[in-house]
Write a protein that binds this ligand. Structure first.
Ligand code: ZN
Length: 373
């Protein structure tokens, strides 16, 4: 089954708050724009952008009441797609973008997620657990693969890498045990598995038995039959915001890493239950019914092997657009510009990874905007 929409809960918000502190380490945005031709501030360039647009090299603010309302409703959980935003963007820009990152013009009180992905079009990619191609007729026909809605907040970065990865996963069969713990279904995320990637999961190297203390797994069950283990802080559905590179298994989903280079087997905690978190060390205590291992061979046996992505599946274009009912403050658009430039690998950051860096240089995401009409 293809999920049209992916929601990300408070774990990502926690990650964002953590990143907010990191972000302050970064140098302030450069005063000089990279591409003066696309800046609307200068009087000589005041008419360079069409009416209703504020244009930066990597970000645009479009005044469009319908699209602005739509993305707010989307973040409030009242809409599942962003077609008005896609149409409003394509009314001004050519159809040459794979991913559209649609932002609110500020915080949204009551938002159910920091960001959400929805697929526009995706061929039937082998090896991912998909049963059919995806094509949402509500989105305009064309090149668009997916649309990410994001709440623009003071943090200045978000689960951009995470949301983009949702185009490729995680869609493995539920029988493998990914994406859930004893009580919760985390949807298309890794859950309690040692993937330690953008879609969550723990790092097996940090796991220790509760008793005897500090012993490495395998752990002996307690008299009640449960395994008690601790792990360094992780999220079952997200890790590290845009500061975390894609895990090898995630690169495999994207067709960027061959099967032979993916660590296997993967440890999955069955019936896992989060008990507590040590406020001093951040280590998390879990009760686990059983550990199991899932081999990549077993995944391939069920879903087929993910073929290496061809060149056109490694060089993407993404567009960052914020919709508002009135022109948004320049400072907010500047913050979005910087976010987009970092994501597109046009501006360095000490704490945040570009899409290209997160893939280890195996793919690119060009976020530079073309001319607007
Ligand atoms: Zn997610």
């Amino acid at each position: 089954m293809t999920r049209p929409t992916v929601q990300d809960d408070t774990v990502i918000k926690v990650a964002l708050v953590t990143l907010a502190a990191l972000c302050h380490c970064d140098p302030a945005p450069g005063a000089a724009p990279v591409d003066g031709a696309a800046v609307v501030d200068g009087p000589a360039l005041a008419d360079a952008a069409p009416e209703g647009l504020q244009l930066r090299p990597h970000a645009v603010n479009i005044v469009d009441a319908e699209a602005a309302r739509e993305v707010r409703e989307y973040m409030l959980g009242r809409a599942s797609v962003l077609p008005a935003g896609a149409r409003a963007f394509l009314a001004h820009f050519e159809d040459s973008y794979d991913f559209l990152y649609v932002f609110t013009d500020g915080p949204v009180e009551g938002a159910t997620a920091a960001a959400k992905f929805s697929v526009a079009r995706r061929p039937l990619l082998q090896g991912l657990g998909l049963s059919r191609a995806a094509s949402d007729p509500r989105y305009p026909a064309g090149r668009l693969r997916g649309v990410v809605g994001v709440v623009l907040n003071a943090v200045g970065n978000g689960p951009t890498l995470h949301e983009t990865l949702h185009y490729w996963g995680m869609f493995f069969d539920a029988r493998f045990g990914f994406g859930r713990d004893r009580d919760t279904n985390f949807g298309p995320h890794w859950g309690l598995a040692d993937v330690a990637g953008q879609l969550g999961g723990f790092d097996l190297g940090t796991v220790r038995c509760a008793a005897p203390p500090d012993a490495a797994p395998p752990c002996a069950p307690d008299p009640d039959g449960l395994l008690r283990m601790t792990a360094a802080t992780f999220g079952p559905n997200a890790n590290g915001g845009d500061a975390r590179a894609y895990a090898p298994l995630e690169l495999y989903l994207m067709g960027l890493l061959p099967r032979a280079e993916v660590p296997s087997p993967i440890t999955v905690w069955e019936g896992g239950h989060f008990v507590s978190r040590d406020p001093r060390t951040g280590r998390m205590l879990f009760e686990v019914r059983a550990t199991r291992t899932v081999t990549l061979d077993a995944i391939v046996a069920l879903h087929g092997e993910r073929p290496p992505a061809p060149p056109e599946e490694r060089a993407f274009r993404g567009a960052f657009v914020a919709f508002s009912e009135a022109p948004m403050p320049a400072s907010r658009l500047d913050a979005l510009e910087r976010w987009a430039a970092i994501f597109g690998d046009d501006e360095p950051s000490r704490s945040l990874l570009s899409f290209a860096r997160a893939t280890g240089g195996r793919a690119t995401m060009n976020t530079r905007l073309g001319p607007a009409r």
